[in-house]
Design a protein around this ligand. Structure first.
Ligand code: F6R
Length: 260
């Protein structure tokens, strides 16, 4: 794992965007994994600026979202279909036909999950996966005790996650209770992963994910087993890490040829 600690949330977004931009520049038909929530918004904004400056072209990029609520129509403003469309597909100039989100309204949800896994495989797998992290260490909606080998499936959201996400809805009651999410095994198959976290509310989760044991109690800790994972955090989100001086030293002394 590479741990990058930057002074501000804005720099976190810029740095993670550089990683994604580098993949897309090398492979214009890259497959990218998209996250929703607040954490990746800075990444999308920074990528959008590059597209507007004519430095980057997402028109042939294929994308798979991590997750979707069960029971929200794709047209609902808080469905991840709509959120991804608003925050990533349109601003980046992606072709909507190439952007996929699990179908949380399918009559057969288990079949929809299997189909999603097949689509990712058929696309050749994910080149770079963008991740945020929940205060309880979840990635995607893989809540604590999720199987480290899990694939796309139906999950029950924890009360904490529903509470955390209530800010996007009119009230807690409107937050769905279930979701479809890529599994930890699905995420681990991405060739590269970049996880971003900003703010003190993520400090415990980052400390446990990076320096704790690999454990289903902190789903993001599975990334310790990934061969190309970069964790980009601001100072507040780094507050739970014990080896901050080492991570800063490593980053400051990174050879130029390794820099993104
Ligand atoms: C979103 C997702 C979640 C979020 C996490 C953090 O697709 O899968 O794991 O990344 O809940 O959410 P924010 O970024 O809103 O703090």
């Amino acid at each position: 794992m590479e741990i990058v600690i930057l002074p501000t949330a804005q720099e976190v977004g810029e740095m993670a965007a550089r990683i994604v931009a580098d993949v897309v520049r090398r492979k214009p038909t890259a497959v990218i994994g998209l996250a929703t929530g607040s954490s990746p918004l800075g990444i999308y904004a920074s990528l959008e600026a590059r597209v507007k400056r004519g430095e980057l072209d997402f028109s042939r990029v294929r994308a798979f979202a991590l997750d979707e609520y069960v029971g929200l129509a794709p047209s609902h403003p808080e469905s991840y279909h709509d959120v991804i469309d608003r925050t990533a597909t349109r601003p980046l100039g992606m072709d909507p036909a190439l952007v996929h989100v699990p179908d949380g309204t399918a009559a057969d949800l288990a079949a929809a999950c299997r189909h999603y896994e097949h689509m990712i495989d058929d696309a050749g797998g994910v080149d770079v996966q963008i991740l945020g992290i929940g205060a309880n260490g979840h990635i995607g909606f893989n809540e604590p005790t999720s199987s480290l080998a899990s694939r796309t499936r139906i999950k029950t959201l924890t009360p904490q996650t529903r509470q955390d996400n209530a800010r996007f809805f009119g009230s807690l009651d409107e937050v769905p209770t279930h979701c479809l999410t890529q599994g930890l095994g699905t995420i681990m198959r991405a060739r590269q992963v970049v996880l971003v976290a900003q703010g003190a509310a993520k400090a415990t989760a980052i400390g446990t994910a990076v320096e704790g044991p690999v454990s289903a109690m902190c789903p993001a800790s599975v990334l310790q087993l990934h061969e190309h994972a970069t964790i980009v955090v601001d100072e507040d989100a780094a507050a739970g890490l014990k080896l901050v001086p080492y991570y800063k030293h490593t980053y400051a002394n990174k050879p130029d040829w390794q820099r993104v």
